[in-house]
Design a protein around this ligand. Structure first.
Ligand SMILES: [Zn+2]
Length: 164
């Protein structure tokens, strides 16, 4: 997995969490995360360090090692649907300083969002879109705790959905 592949697992370019907008290197590894999924690969020479990036190693160290692995179930990327928060307009009416409207942060002002579909895997539910991005990988669900995911030398964590 190279820097461009990792970029797909990062936060959006306009996300307020600056440290998550692109992959970063620290120690022996290179990481990528958007807050829902986190990946760790062997350090890539072309990915610089970033002081604003989160403590991924600390997050990984907190999660107990997996007791078993299972294949990620087949999943396709769900279609985009109208954003519920702004009803597809891309703006929220009357929330600005003078009752003016503001850009909808949920959909990044586009009016569309990826449809959220929970897929049951063992004792947890995961977002179908994320499962579609890790086809052929192994997963170790762990109830409401983050699941381990892996493929070859890549390891990571995937947050479960709290409800279907
Ligand atoms: Zn919206």
């Amino acid at each position: 997995m190279n820097a461009a592949d990792l970029q797909k697992f990062c936060a959006a370019p306009d996300d307020i969490r600056e440290g998550m907008r692109q992959p970063w290197s620290r120690g022996k590894y290179t990481y990528a995360t958007n807050g829902h999924i986190l990946l760790r690969v062997a350090r890539l020479g072309d990915v610089p360090e970033n002081e604003r990036a989160p403590d991924a190693a600390g997050m990984i160290a907190k999660i107990e090692p997996p007791s078993y692995w299972m294949p990620v179930p087949p999943a396709t990327m769900p279609p985009d649907v109208k954003c519920d928060e702004c009803d597809g307009t891309g703006v929220i009416e009357g929330e600005g300083p003078d009752d003016d409207s503001i850009d909808c942060e949920w959909c990044g002002h586009t009016g569309m969002m990826r449809k959220r579909i929970g897929v049951a895997v063992a004792d947890a539910f995961f977002d179908q879109g994320y499962l579609s991005m890790i086809q052929g990988w192994k997963i170790a669900p762990n109830g409401f705790k983050p699941a381990w995911i892996r493929s070859g030398n890549i390891i990571g964590l995937l947050m479960p959905m709290t409800r279907q």
